[in-house]
Design a protein around this ligand. Structure first.
Ligand code: PLP
Length: 432
């Protein structure tokens, strides 16, 4: 059986409820087919790419959008554009998908893990400050901050404090907003104007993922947005092998001399870049899905609130706590995350997940802390970590990781599915 998270083939005898599943309409399928059927069309770097980038930029109120093959590639380009290089330190949480830290390593730089805030699940400013001070004292100052908006919930106060830290450190801040397309920064004073994640109020660059489990999808894809034309231009160049097509910027003298006589479009490769381009098929799907960004978000929001209401009056109230409730109003609702006291629940997480699966419900753990992965645990002969730094306590991250569980949440789910998940958890609970 396929291990795809949105797989809805039977877990047992019944169809299985995945933890996430993309919502693709017939019109969206037709849009992709039309790209293939257009005899004069191009399959890469064409009009759909521009349309997709325009849609994303407009939706998040950013000036520039650079679409890439996936968000990992976009994050890599963002860090390179920010000037992150060999042995530079990048502050980031350990509660994320490993791609967040891996892109730092792809720049030959070192991720410095700081703790999360237990309420928002975001990089905790107090822990980030402590880690930054330790890095400074060790003469390895932080070059960039890379926070993550877990599950799609973003908090304005948290973002403002990290922005202050960025100013103090005089470095760039790149948001891993892989989960957060369509969300706004939650303000305690709701009368303040809502600012979408990606608008540049709190970050130099924000990166969204369009992987199939994310709020909207292009099958694979990632988009970096920024209000800085220079950063956007650099990401575009690095996305396409480091190639320069602007003749005014050509460096070889012979190319400048022959410019008028040339009967073909010339280009120069100025620096070592990558092929991180997105195909027209992916861009067309992404552009079509962007039209449903807010309706899809509203559907997930209604389902998340239904879970909240059911858990409020559930017998599980003493052992299960829905997380990030304070951010519901503004979240992209990529994930519905709960924290369980497994002892009080009477079952280990593993057994609970298997039992749920036997009853046709798939769940997921977001995430194994990145610093637990063998690659990030490697030490040298002096017992010093090789691929990361951990200068501060990660106690909140550890506690969260032990208790967390992501329940099914996707736009095409029904309220009755939510009721089934809650009821099944209630039935599974073993009271001694
Ligand atoms: C927080 C986070 N950052 C980065 C990524 C990488 O996204 P992509 O799969 O588009 O490369 C993911 C993907 O799951 C993610 O969850």
């Amino acid at each position: 059986m396929s291990k795809k998270p949105w797989n809805n083939k039977p877990c047992n005898d019944e169809p299985c409820l995945p933890y996430a599943r993309p919502s693709i309409t017939q019109a969206e399928r037709d849009t992709v087919l039309a790209v293939l059927e257009d005899a004069n069309g191009t399959l890469t770097q064409g009009a759909w790419l521009l349309e997709f980038e325009k849609n994303v930029a407009q939706a998040v109120r950013a000036e520039h959008a650079v679409a890439c093959a996936n968000a990992t590639a976009a994050l890599h380009l963002a860090l390179l554009a920010a000037g992150v290089g060999r042995d530079d330190r990048v502050l980031t949480p350990s509660i994320s998908f490993c791609a967040t830290a891996n892109v730092v390593r792809h720049c030959n730089a070192v991720p410095v893990f700081a703790d999360i805030d237990e309420q928002t699940l975001a990089l905790a400013p107090s822990s980030a400050i402590e880690a930054a001070e330790k890095m400074l004292a060790a003469r390895t100052p932080v070059k960039a901050i890379l926070p993550v908006w877990m599950g799609g919930g973003a908090d304005a106060r948290n973002a403002a404090e990290l922005l202050q830290l960025k100013d103090d450190l005089n470095c760039l801040l790149i948001e891993d907003a892989a989960h957060a397309l369509g969300s706004c920064y939650y303000q305690e004073q709701q009368q303040q104007q809502q600012q979408p994640v990606g608008c540049g109020a709190y970050a130099d660059i924000s990166v969204f993922s369009f992987h199939p489990v994310k709020p909207v999808t292009s099958a694979e894809g990632g988009v970096a947005v920024t209000n800085d034309a220079r950063l956007a231009q650099r990401m575009r160049k690095l996305r396409n092998h480091g190639i320069e097509r602007d003749e005014a910027k050509f460096q070889a003298p012979q190319h400048q001399e022959k410019r008028e006589e040339r009967g073909y479009e010339h280009y120069e490769m100025i620096e070592l870049g990558f092929n991180y381009r997105l195909s027209e098929l992916h861009a067309a799907l992404g552009a079509a899905q962007m039209k449903r960004l807010q309706p899809l978000r509203e559907k997930r929001r209604a389902l998340a609130e239904h879970y909240d209401a059911l858990f409020d009056r559930s017998s599980l109230i003493d052992c299960l706590q829905p997380l990030q409730r304070g951010l519901r109003a503004c979240s992209a609702h990529h994930l519905y995350i709960v924290a369980l006291d497994w002892k009080a629940f009477g079952m280990k997480r593993r057994s609970c997940m298997l039992a749920l699966q036997r009853r046709g419900i798939r769940t997921q753990v977001h995430y194994i802390p990145i610093h637990h992965h063998p690659y990030y645990r490697q030490r040298d002969k002096d017992d010093k970590l090789v691929n990361c730094e951990q200068p501060v306590s990660l106690a909140n991250s550890e506690r969260y990781a032990e208790r967390t569980l992501s329940l099914p949440l996707f736009a095409d789910m029904q309220k009755s599915d939510v009721e089934k998940v809650v009821k099944t958890l209630e039935e599974l609970r073993q009271i001694p």
